[in-house]
Design a binder for this molecule. Structure first.
Ligand code: EPU
Length: 421
């Protein structure tokens, strides 16, 4: 298993390009299942999760053609096997995103029920309840979601759905299913995440009739069929935020291109509070850090509030900031696994249920630590960059799921980072 060796102490400086968003690309790859015509996607990040999703849809009968480094053409005219097997779903929960599109176009689906994961139980009953409200018959058998609906007029029908909680992939699954349902679907309490909007934009360019994406009420008027389209995946706001944090913690100065501050208000505000200078350009962001950050408290909530996917990175920057901060996680019940590893690097963190009290120390010290999930790994990288001496991060396959070329990008910014195979 690959490890990452980081020699800390160098302020990050320079410019890097931000990749396409993993969490936009994953649902958009599944949108190809809704049409028999080719879907051409650009700015698709080269990540492990993307490769897993491509393998999943390929084994269903989708023809996948790579087009340069970050382009892909998906042709699902030969879709024949509407199955998401356990061994794929267990490595990537986002596999559940094939359920809605398969049901809508193919009239049936068999998708392994995802188990729990490192950050929480993460059930999917809202996806199932919403599809049932649209007329699907669904039962769980031998660990698989068996779903059936007819196709065309006898298939899914429009419904009013109010989800019990804000769910990102739940909203995406239902929006994709509703695109081909008979009649109008309204999703209330919908997720407002920018990735939901990017998916809606792609569906609209495929001929879907969707309004309200980006608000908590999305209306979808089902159409008989969708057609092919070309779509560019939006920039990854979490990758952007992660590099901003790395630069901030290291006392550096960076410019991130191919991205925008537009979807990062909550994160940018906290970095300003911490003492950073930030300039939002049209397609780039510049950050200059003070010699030492001030501690900033955060509370995670659905978009547009502070994202849970940036919580671990802010815990890392608070570890070396001046003062104390409280980090409150409200989305996932077990998303503090990085805290115990940060403590191994000398951080002062006390956990009380869903609150973490972090008191900044002058210096962290390098040590061997273990990555437990994607964003936890990112926080360990940030800590390693500012720690004295060498930090060895084990199990970095988590990082490869969500950060394209992380050691190359950090290297471009002057960090001393090496992958050990
Ligand atoms: N929930 C339920 N029942 C459901 C659906 C969700 O109880 O049927 C709960 C979850 O357990 C959680 C909360 O609702 O407590 C929100 O979960 P959500 O469904 O929004 O999460 P998700 O769609 O599974 C996506 C991202 C995550 C990100 C969350 C929250 C993708 C592929 N994944 O997950 O990204 O943390 O939204 O913003 O879009 C990551 O990239 O590292 C990552 C984990």
């Amino acid at each position: 298993m690959d490890k990452l060796l980081i020699e800390g102490g160098t302020p990050l400086a320079g410019e890097i390009a931000i990749s396409g968003a993993k969490n936009a690309a994953l649902p958009i790859l599944c949108a190809c299942l809704l049409t028999a015509e080719p879907l051409h996607l650009t700015n698709v990040p080269r990540l492990r999760d993307i490769a897993t999703m491509l393998r999943l849809i390929e084994q269903m009968g989708v023809a996948v053609t790579h087009d340069g480094a970050n382009g892909v053409v998906l042709d699902s005219s030969g879709l024949s096997n509407p199955l998401a097997p356990y061994d794929m779903v267990k490595t990537m929960r986002a596999s559940i995103l094939v359920l809605g599109p398969l049901l809508a176009r193919h009239g049936e689906a068999r998708v392994s029920l995802p188990g729990g994961c490192a950050i929480g139980a993460r059930p999917v009953e809202q996806h199932i309840l919403g599809l049932q409200a649209m007329g699907a018959s669904i039962h769980v058998e031998h660990g698989y979601i068996q779903a059936g609906a007819g196709t065309g007029k006898r298939g899914l029908r429009g419904a009013c759905i109010v989800t019990d909680m804000v769910t990102v992939t739940g909203t995406e699954n239902l929006m994709m299913a509703a695109a081909l349902a008979d009649g109008e679907t309204i999703i209330e309490n919908a997720a407002r995440e920018p990735e939901v909007v990017d998916l809606a934009n792609c569906l609209v360019s495929m001929g879907a009739q969707i309004s309200g994406a980006g608000t908590d009420k999305i209306r979808i008027r089902g159409v008989e069929r969708l057609h092919g389209a070309t779509h560019r995946i939006m920039a990854d706001r979490i990758e952007t935020g992660t590099y901003l944090c790395a630069a901030a913690a290291s006392g550096g100065s960076v410019r991130l291109t191919g991205t925008s501050a537009a979807y990062l208000d909550a994160v940018v505000d906290k970095l300003l509070d911490a003492g950073c200078d930030i300039v939002a350009e049209r397609d780039a962001i510049r950050l200059k850090a003070p010699p030492r950050l001030k501690a900033v408290s955060i509370r995670t909530s659905p978009y547009p509030a502070f994202p849970t996917d940036m919580q671990a990175q802010f815990m890392a920057i608070n570890c070396v900031a001046e003062g104390s901060a409280v980090i409150r996680e409200t989305i996932f019940e077990n998303r503090f696994m990085h805290a115990v590893e940060l403590i191994r690097l000398g951080a002062d963190i006390r956990i009380d249920a869903s609150n973490a009290m972090v008191t900044g120390v002058e210096r962290l010290q390098g040590a061997t630590v273990m990555a437990t999930d994607l964003r936890a790994s990112a926080s360990l990288v940030i800590a390693g960059l500012v720690a004295q001496g060498e930090t060895l991060i084990d199990r970095i396959y988590h990082l490869d799921r969500g950060y394209e070329g992380i050691e190359e990008k950090l290297g471009q910014l002057g960090a001393r980072v090496r992958r050990i195979r």
